[in-house]
Design a binder for this molecule. Structure first.
Ligand code: KE4
Length: 429
């Protein structure tokens, strides 16, 4: 019998001292209901909860654990570095090593600043864009998530309005007015904004693969068209690669799609599971960042030697062959899902880019967030819990992406597919 009693009592205790009992909202299972398992350990492709339930994990801490949980080389590197202390608030050599590794891998990265989260990275990147252009408005895409910075917590305006509105209490109307919203994979929506706000737009920030409404790849020449429009309008193009960076290719989307960008943001994989973020890009822009330039940005624990060590060890394990392996594992999952969908004629669709994948509870083809909104969320919730009870831990929301790690094997994926087949029959037949 699937038992979550220890997690239930831990949740009650947690809710008395932490908002919602969690330190990041998506972990509370609001979208699917039920009790979130409190995890006590991870090992390879598995996590184990407080009640001793073991799950095949496709969340992977939301992307960082591309090697799998508790990789021995990462843990040993941490054990070594920790003997020297945890933080100095002073420059260290390993920060240079990580910056050099990012620059070596990412075609448009000429200079890097390390920070402590993806949110800090994206907040800083748009500040640089505003600082170097002297312009105040930014374009983001409906459904793309760039962390919880005020400028990003913006909902699409009502009707044809392209002006953003605050998407959270505490975000000011003034801030929202400087964020314009376009549609992913819809280049005309971008073109129209540049016409409407000529000379006022500092940058376009985009997830090159929209991974925060499920996984939606760019279609056709969308990314290159963004590049061309930004160039024509003297605006910066920012790839938010917090999720895709070092995940979908050794040089991330920047390498995979071959589009030159002005700034990029990173997180997740470059910390190997420890708190980290980074922004990078062309030297002419990055040299404007304090102290080499006037654009201020700082952080007590930026470049923390323990987090940086985990990142270096993780990147060192990501060879070109690793990405071939991640592609094969992702393809195995995709083919298996496609067989289940076609054999049973299920009203489902799926997308995958490398080891990022999503199953959508709609038979519409998925181009952007508007299409994902047609998904049947209550069916997804039943699917989620059916899998959880059978030892498969996927993201607790239709609006999230699944991640496969190098520790997953085709056997583990086949076990997963068997359970998916059983659960979909219960949910959809
Ligand atoms: P963090 O501040 O959470 O490190 O990064 C924010 C961020 C920025 N850009 C992209 C493309 C991201 O995906 C994220 C964070 N991703 C979510 C998962 N959808 C983190 C999970 C959570 O919020 O707990």
């Amino acid at each position: 019998m699937f038992d979550l009693s220890k997690s239930r009592s831990l949740l009650e205790r947690a809710q008395s001292c932490i908002p919602g009992g969690v330190n990041s909202p998506v972990r509370a299972f609001k979208s699917v209901g039920g009790t979130p398992p409190f995890i006590v350990k991870g090992e390879g492709p598995y996590v184990v909860d407080a009640d001793g339930n073991r799950y095949i994990d496709y969340v992977g801490s939301w992307g960082p654990l591309i090697l799998g949980h508790a990789h021995p080389d990462v843990l040993n590197a941490l054990k070594r570095v920790i003997d020297n202390g945890t933080s100095f608030g002073a420059p260290t050599e390993i920060e240079i090593i990580l910056a050099e590794m990012i620059i070596e891998r990412v075609p448009s990265a000429e200079m890097v600043r390390l920070v402590n989260s993806g949110t800090e990275a994206t907040m800083s990147a748009i500040r640089v864009a505003r600082g170097v252009t002297g312009r105040e408005k930014i374009i983001k895409f409906d459904g793309c998530y760039h962390g919880h910075g005020d400028s990003f917590l913006i909902a699409a305006g009502s009707g044809a309005l392209t002006l953003g509105e605050p998407d959270s209490p505490g975000v000011t109307k003034g801030t929202a007015a400087d964020t314009l919203l376009a549609k992913f994979n819809d280049i005309d929506s971008v073109e129209n904004l540049f016409k409407q706000f000529k000379g006022q737009i500092a940058c376009v920030i985009v997830e090159p693969v929209n991974g925060n409404v499920g996984c939606i790849p760019p279609q056709g020449n969308f990314l290159q068209n963004l590049r061309d429009i930004c160039t024509e309008n003297d605006a910066l193009l920012i790839f938010d690669e917090v999720m895709t960076g070092f995940r979908i290719a050794r040089g991330g989307a920047n390498e995979l799609f071959g589009v030159d960008v002005d700034l990029l943001t990173f997180g997740k994989v470059i910390g190997g599971g420890l708190p980290i973020g980074a922004y990078a890009g062309k030297k002419e822009y990055m040299l404007e960042v304090s102290p080499s330039g006037p654009i201020y940005q700082a952080g007590t624990l930026s470049g923390n030697p323990v987090a940086v060590t985990a990142g270096i060890e993780t990147l060192n394990h990501l060879s070109p062959e690793s990405y071939d392996q991640l592609e094969q594992l992702g393809e195995h999952m995709e083919r298996g899902l496609q067989t289940i969908i076609k054999t049973n004629d299920y009203p489902l669709s799926q997308h995958r880019v490398g080891s990022m994948f999503s199953l959508f509870f709609t038979d519409r083809s998925i181009r952007n967030y508007d299409d994902v909104k047609t998904c049947n969320i209550s069916q997804f919730a039943k699917y989620f819990h059916g899998l959880l009870e059978r030892g498969v831990y996927i993201a607790p929301s239709q609006y999230e992406t699944g991640f496969i790690s190098l520790s997953h094997t085709t056997r583990v994926i086949d076990e997963t597919l068997d359970r998916i087949d059983i659960v979909l029959e219960k949910v959809l037949k």
